[in-house]
Design a binder for this molecule. Structure first.
Ligand SMILES: C[S@@+](CC[C@H](N)C(=O)[O-])C[C@H]1O[C@@H](n2cnc3c(N)ncnc32)[C@H](O)[C@@H]1O
Length: 187
């Protein structure tokens, strides 16, 4: 049976974020805005969401999805690489972030040559980890089949290996290296 990794990530977030009165969430890869909209809904009017993408096309799609769903009042979008999240976000975010979503790879229906890259993804993961509140988490959905995807997946698996001493790590699908997989990394 194929596991729906997006649902896995969203279920995990619902479980972990339920009961938090003021949610601070980061969507590190806005793409078509599914995760941003999901986080915006969870955060409600008391919380805040920021989303990053390097393509204006992605941010336009995200903005449109938010508007269509009556969301967005609590969301700020950045046309900027996620590896710059620490210097981009103000002091209220540092140490207070409850969730950081990464959904790696390329923009579906966009330019498949523009993908997340191992070096910047790893920098962003380190930055995200530093910004998390205690109990906060990183949700990582990793794809392997596009150009460079396998290398990125392998480097993330190494990063998770190093994090095991400090983080609670849950994975789904990682045992099959050619299929997409998911990890939750809890501080
Ligand atoms: C699989 S899509 C994300 C899907 C999205 N989460 C959704 O719900 O629709 C991956 C996105 O990562 C973006 N991306 C690539 N490199 C990036 C970087 N350094 N920082 C932020 N986003 C990046 C791509 O432009 C693409 O839109």
């Amino acid at each position: 049976m194929k596991i729906n990794l997006v649902s896995r990530a969203h279920d995990f977030a619902r479980e972990r974020l339920g009961g938090i009165s003021r949610i601070f969430a980061v969507d590190a890869t806005a793409g078509n805005g599914h995760d941003t909209a999901f986080l915006a809904e969870l955060a409600g009017t008391s919380g805040k969401v920021v989303a990053f993408d390097v393509q204006s096309e992605a941010l336009e799609a995200t903005r449109a999805r938010l508007a269509k769903n009556g969301l967005g009042g609590n969301v700020e979008l950045f046309l900027c690489g996620h590896e710059k999240m620490a210097e981009t976000l103000g002091s209220e975010w540092h140490g207070n972030v409850n969730a950081v979503f990464f959904n790696l790879g390329y923009l579906p229906k966009g330019d498949h040559a523009i993908t997340t890259l191992p070096e910047t993804t790893l920098r962003a993961l380190d930055a995200a980890w530093e910004m998390l509140a205690p109990g906060g988490f990183i949700s990582l959905t990793v794809y392997t089949r596009h150009a460079g995807g396998f290398e990125e997946s392998a480097q993330i698996a190494d990063w998770l290996g190093k994090m095991r001493a400090r983080a609670e790590i849950l994975t789904c699908g990682e045992h099959n290296p050619v299929e997409p997989w998911w990890a939750g990394v809890v501080k």
